[in-house]
Design a protein. Structure first.
Length: 321
């Protein structure tokens, strides 16, 4: 099928997902293809100071809108923190979790819509009306699903506390997603996967970004049934994570921090997994035979997302795969 007619679905979360989604949009626009549908992780959402936060949803929305803070990697560019300072003075929120004023505006609007009875899918559609995003965003589920980190010492923390406050320094032994057993895919998610020509798994954290998406009952099954080609992009380059704490998360679930190991973690569709093809970085080219042996077609390409053009080239390579 010509690329200009290709229907694309992306599974994404986090900063890696944001950068990759920008690349996918650029690659599709270059050939005049339809806008992609992006299924966004909502597994690290939380209630804080009475408002509902959706970190991955906001990161991808802000990135597509061109209003994200590219230096910090989260939040709005040029944001201020006056309301956060006042909130802290009242002892509200978390002193180590900064909420920008513009960001709080998003959270307040979202919370108000939710309180009025809107679903997260409907809320995200309203958010998308403000900016020309160039992609259709869907939450993985309309259910509330959090991510908890179970620590080696027996403690339990919300993922945001483990990552933002402790910078992943506390050793995890497992990750849990309360609420996910009852969750179902958000409206449109399964249909988008079924109707796609290509499904792209972004180079997001396999455990806490892509893992919760696949954990929603029905999404993994939809990926296994779809006639689309499912292509994953490695978040590991040269045996190391590019950003974040994916290595710590992978170790906790017994997966080596390597491109081939993550491919095996997702598994080949021919063997009950989700992948048909896997993009490896040039630095990991020698791991291609391991990926092939796992029943997954290995494709070697440059994977550093240094700017939008580089991300678009990666997306194009994934689409060609």
């Amino acid at each position: 099928m010509p690329l200009a007619q290709t229907r694309v679905v992306v599974l994404a979360g986090g900063v890696g997902g944001s950068k990759f989604t920008l690349g996918v949009r650029a690659a599709l626009r270059k050939v005049g293809a339809p806008e992609a549908t992006v299924v966004v992780n909502t597994g690290d959402d939380l209630w804080l100071a009475g408002v509902r936060l959706q970190p991955d949803v906001d990161s991808i929305t802000y990135a597509l809108a061109g209003v994200n803070d590219t230096v910090r990697g989260w939040g709005r560019a040029g944001d201020t923190e006056r309301v956060n300072e006042e909130l802290q003075a009242w002892g509200g929120g978390w002193p180590w979790f900064t909420l920008g004023d513009l960001d709080l505006g998003t959270h307040l609007a979202r919370t108000g819509w939710l309180r009025d009875g809107a679903t997260p899918t409907q809320v995200l559609a309203r958010m998308a009306e403000r900016w020309p995003l160039g992609a259709r965003l869907l939450p993985m589920t309309d259910s509330e699903v959090d991510t908890h980190v179970l620590l080696e010492d027996g403690g339990r923390l919300h993922f945001q506390e483990w990552w933002t406050r402790h910078r992943a320094a506390l050793v995890p032994r497992a990750f849990e997603n309360p609420g996910i057993a009852e969750a179902v895919p958000a409206p449109g998610v399964v249909d988008a996967i079924a109707g796609a020509d290509v499904v792209l798994v972004a180079p997001s954290n396999p455990v806490v970004s892509i893992g919760p998406i696949l954990g929603v009952r029905g999404i993994r099954e939809a990926l296994q049934r779809t006639e689309a080609t499912v292509v994953g992009v490695s978040p590991i380059i040269g045996g190391r994570v590019v950003r974040g704490m994916a290595d710590v998360c992978l170790t906790a679930i017994g997966v080596e921090t390597s491109a081939a190991a993550v491919a095996r973690h997702y598994g080949a569709r021919s063997d009950g997994g989700i992948l048909d093809a896997w993009l490896l970085a040039e630095e990991d080219a020698d791991a291609a035979p391991e990926v092939t042996a796992a029943g997954i077609r290995a494709v070697v390409a440059p994977l550093w997302m240094t700017d939008v053009d580089a991300s678009a080239a990666i997306a194009a390579a994934a689409l060609r795969a």
